[in-house]
Design a protein around this ligand. Structure first.
Ligand code: IMP
Length: 211
């Protein structure tokens, strides 16, 4: 298998199957690699330098994940997987939503985004701090989306940053049934219920059914 031009192709007997993720977000790559296990090699756009940056101009997670999967799949052979995800806070009209990565402005950090959500939610009691993480995975080949998969995890927002694990908004998100945030819980617990693992479970089934 040629890594550069033929990701996600059927491997020969002794090679692992490879999945190219249309992302430069190493946290996503790491989580998806962990969840898919050692039997699969997950690569991303940082390892394929000829791949273009895809602008996320959609207004929904689904639109953006399709844009990324389709856009990147035009430059490689085989299937490409894209993840568009983010946090929806009910009291903020489902913001930051598709703007989760850039909520505090272009080039902002996870810490700045998290601080802005906490600032906008200051003084709100627990009953109205409901939120969810959503992840839409799209799989595409030759510029055409073959399938999409949607995963959600419900929770409430903490009143302050809690823990240092995970990434993005993990330190302010407490999944239903837990008093700890994803920043405090182990990655095993996060992966047992996360939006990404729920979407990925559907992708795995789809992938297996292709033979
Ligand atoms: P995207 O690259 O446009 O899909 O933006 C994803 C953004 O949503 C990330 O940069 C994080 O801010 C947030 N996000 C997505 N998934 C997670 C997660 O599992 N934990 C915490 N934040 C997440």
């Amino acid at each position: 298998m040629e890594t550069e031009n033929n990701p996600s192709a059927k491997p020969s007997q002794h090679e692992k199957p490879e999945i190219l993720l249309a992302t430069r977000n190493k946290h996503k790559t790491r989580e998806i690699q962990t969840m898919l296990g050692e039997g699969v090699l997950v690569t991303d756009a940082t390892q394929h330098e000829h791949l273009p940056e895809i602008e996320e101009t959609g207004t929904t997670f689904e639109e953006n994940s399709k844009l990324k999967a389709e856009g990147i799949s035009l430059h490689v052979s085989g299937i490409v997987l894209a993840d568009d995800s983010g946090l929806e806070v009910d009291a903020l009209g489902k913001e930051p939503g598709v703007y989760s990565a850039r909520y505090a402005g272009p080039g902002c950090t996870d810490e700045e985004n998290t601080a802005l959500v906490l600032k906008r939610m200051k003084g709100f009691p627990d009953e109205v701090r409901t939120a969810r993480f959503r992840c839409v995975l799209a799989v595409a080949e030759n510029g055409v989306t073959l399938a999409t998969f949607d995963g959600t995890v419900e929770g409430i927002l903490a009143h302050e940053v809690r823990g240092v694990g995970g990434f993005g908004y993990d330190p302010i998100f407490m999944p239903i049934g837990y008093k700890e945030s994803f920043g405090e819980l182990s990655s095993e617990i996060k992966h047992s219920m996360s939006h990404r693992s729920r979407a990925l479970a559907q992708f795995r089934e789809w992938w297996a059914s292709r033979g």
